[in-house]
Design a protein around this ligand. Structure first.
Ligand code: ADP
Ligand code: ZN
Ligand code: ZN
Length: 724
């Protein structure tokens, strides 16, 4: 006899409460985990809909109290069923509990008080607003200018955007209300329909949008591969217009850091208050409210980071993932899902279109486009006249040292900074922090100490030894460089703070600002810093990769990349891809406006294709080299890979168990690397051991995962992560 655990109410507050029901013989096999079913509930046995979240043969109740499932609930294709199906699929794909998956997919139910919609509307003519805007700009009243700028071209902006994303204080709004220029109004219903797409698309954009609209039915995702500034957003907007006109809805994923008010206003301008947005620092009740609005049709376009994927639209017509190569689209908490895969699943289920957009697509997506699994659409021209690509220079840091320059700044970069400062323009210095993670590199020749068995760098362990992440090989810490004998060999530990100090020392007159995880902790932390930099409050911005993501600073003419190749030494097969993406984006920051831009890339490996291709802004050049390497080494996307992290309190028992598990799954067609200690041998007193498993298909790996889950002994936990 089979029994089912059923959740009755899928609000997350009630998720951990399941009820057991008997699966009658005639239903066995027709209902499974995830199925919506009808059950008698409560003392009156009122029929209600529930979802099966687990099936077993163990009875948890006295047998006389157990009730039967009545039958499958009618598939009315409610949005709850759809989201439930996705949660169940995510559990299958990414592991974890169904509870974890449901918590990701469903908004936490909160009591919300519906706020009336408020807008800030101009009370005077466009001309008068423009005058006030010019005055505010001249007086350098930045917040005032920020508020008035969009109002020069449109009647109103939503209050929540002004006070939230635009970071305009209530006092500033009140100032103009008091002066009689603006008014705050409460609106009911669809007040502002939006203007639609105003710019005429150029031929390439037109073609791309048409292709998506006419070929949606083929069921293949689209990869919109368009250089920076080619106008991808306008293409999305054109497709969204079409989708909305059919009474369907659209989800637009934008990396959190690029989700600025300028971007939001672009969508508001076109679609008015049918646009909603979410972000990760949003209060749960606000997020819930947005989901409610999506469910009952008040909004039709949802913009946000990866969590926006789960917007409960009844009739979804389109998902767009902008900057699809961004790592932030991979969830770091269980379930560790990949947004593109979830989007493929969700759009396939309901016949919606999926558009992935990027100037530098992930190797995974580009390969799929090459193989025909995705439809490739290209934008090769900049949409705006005049904007030009920056010039790039690659500086060989080995030569700097030979010429006696031991500074972290090359002579070339120092000169460029000096010039930039003298012209009263701004510079960004970018530090590849991912690289600063405890591996050993020679300051003299750039040699990174590698494992003799694998093509990865050894990492410095707490024990003081070097260790290989992949095969577990260990070696003592060398006293001098194994390649050139130099004694300038050290683990990199320099961070942004150190660089900031050095900049201040070398350029005492420059105003320096720092942006990294430390300085951006608070709510809107990075927006405050970026805002201040955009307003010219600093000459040099020093930071980690977060400074290079999609921001437009007209006055930035120099981008310096310090130690560009450090991330190449990181022990991940995708290190070159990460490096290329970061450098290409960094290069894209310089000279976006009136002035020509310059990029200086400092490196010990001036010939590496990730660097030369990024400097040349040539994606295909990079891709051709990279895919050859992946094929040769059988790394994703040329093979599927599963990373298994074993966690246990007893290190010896953990090692033993992982060895046994490795043997169990090592079969024909399945390659097992390891076990090896994780780079972090233990954390919070729990030891960590890694297995890498490669196979031809993800399905094969899912079978391996299921096998491992069954075989894992007591006291050890496994965590899984797939890459394709
Ligand atoms: P991408 O996202 O591809 O980097 P954007 O969509 O941000 O590019 O567009 C870059 C700039 O070009 C924006 O300022 C946009 O308003 C402008 N733009 C886009 N399409 C056109 C067009 N057809 N005509 C004129 N300007 C355009
Ligand atoms: Zn050396
Ligand atoms: Zn090794």
């Amino acid at each position: 006899m089979q029994y089912a655990d059923v959740i009755v109410d899928i609000s997350t507050t009630a998720l951990d409460r399941t009820f057991q029901y008997r699966i009658p013989d005639e239903l066995e096999g027709t209902v499974t985990v995830g199925s919506p079913v009808l059950i008698p509930f409560g003392s009156s046995d009122k029929l209600r809909k529930g979802y099966i979240v687990g099936i077993g043969d163990e009875l948890k109740f006295p047998v006389e109290r157990i009730k039967n499932i009545v039958g499958p609930a009618e598939k009315d294709l409610s949005i709850e069923d759809t989201m439930m199906g996705i949660a169940y699929w995510m559990r299958e794909q990414y592991g974890g509990t169904l509870y974890d998956a449901l918590r990701t997919v469903l908004p936490v139910r909160k009591k919300v008080q519906k706020q009336p919609k408020r807008i800030i509307r101009r009370k005077v003519s466009e001309e008068d607003i423009r005058k006030a805007y010019q005055e505010a700009t001249a007086k350098k009243h930045k917040a005032k200018a920020r508020l008035l700028e969009p109002l020069c071209t449109q009647d109103f902006i939503p209050y929540e955007i002004a006070s939230g994303k635009m970071n305009v204080a209530k006092a500033t709004i009140d100032f103009y209300v008091g002066a009689g220029l603006l008014e705050v109004a409460v609106t009911a219903g669809d007040y502002y329909p939006g203007d639609g797409l105003k710019v005429g698309l150029n031929e390439e954009q037109q073609k791309a949008a048409e292709a998506v609209i006419t070929r949606r039915g083929e069921g293949r995702p689209f990869l919109l591969f368009g250089i920076t500034g080619s106008g991808k957003t306008e293409v999305y907007i054109r497709i969204i217009e079409q989708v909305l006109s059919e009474g369907k809805q659209a989800i637009v994923l934008i990396p959190e850091i690029a989700l600025t008010y300028q971007t939001l206003l672009r969508f508001y301008r076109c679609f008015g208050d049918r646009v909603g947005y979410v972000h990760s620092k949003m209060a749960l009740s606000d997020r819930y409210l947005q989901c409610e609005k999506a469910k009952n049709g008040e909004i039709s376009v949802m913009i946000g980071p990866r969590s926006a994927l789960f917007t409960p639209f009844q009739n979804l017509g389109l998902i767009v993932i902008d900057e699809e190569q961004e790592l932030s689209y991979h969830s770091e908490t269980t379930p560790k899902y990949y947004s593109d895969e979830v989007a493929i699943k969700r759009t396939r289920d309901c016949g919606a279109a999926l558009v992935l957009g990027s100037a530098t697509p992930s190797v995974k997506s580009f390969r799929r486009a090459e193989s025909g699994a995705y439809i490739l659409l290209e934008l090769t021209k900049r949409a705006k006249e005049g904007a030009q690509l920056p010039t790039a220079e690659i500086v060989d840091m080995r030569e700097e040292l030979t010429s006696g320059n031991r500074s972290v700044f090359s002579r070339s970069l120092r000169q460029a900074i000096t010039e930039c400062l003298s012209k009263k323009q701004q510079a960004m210095l970018f530090l590849n922090r991912r690289g600063f993670s405890g591996f050993l590199s020679c300051r003299s020749c750039g040699e990174v100490v590698k494992c003799p068995h694998c093509d990865v760098s050894m990492t410095v362990h707490r024990s003081g030894n070097l260790q290989c992440h992949y095969c577990g090989h260990t070696a003592p810490m060398p006293k001098q460089c194994p390649a050139c004998g130099s004694k300038y060999i050290a683990a990199f530990g320099t961070g942004t703070q150190k660089i900031e100090e050095l900049v201040k020392k070398e350029f005492p007159d420059a105003r320096v600002m720092r942006m990294d995880a430390d300085t951006t902790k608070g709510k809107d932390g990075y927006e405050t810093i970026l805002g201040a930099f955009a307003e010219g409050k600093a000459d040099i911005l020093v930071g980690t990769q977060m400074i290079v993501k999609g921001h437009d600073f007209g006055n930035v003419t120099l981008v310096g990349v310090l130690a560009a190749d450090l991330s190449l030494g990181v022990s991940e097969y995708s290190a070159a891809e990460r490096t290329f993406h970061l450098l290409a984006q960094a290069a894209g920051r310089a000279g976006r406006d009136r002035f020509p831009g310059k990029v200086v890339i400092q490196t010990y490996r001036p010939d590496h294709y990730a660097l030369t291709a990024a400097a040349a802004q040539d994606y295909r050049l990079f891709y051709e080299q990279e895919i050859r390497y992946r094929k040769l080494a059988q790394y994703p996307p040329c093979a599927s890979m599963l990373r298994v992290l074993g966690l246990g309190k007893d290190e010896a028992a953990l090692n033993e168990a992982m060895k046994t598990l490795a043997e169990i799954v090592r079969t024909k067609g399945v390659t097992v690397l390891g076990p090896a200690a994780d780079g972090m041998r233990y954390a919070m007193d729990i030891f960590r051991v890694i297995l890498y498993i490669k196979a031809g298909s993800k399905d094969a790996l899912i079978a391996v995962r299921d096998r491992l889950e069954r075989e894992v002994p007591e006291g050890i936990t496994l965590q899984f992560e797939f890459s394709e």
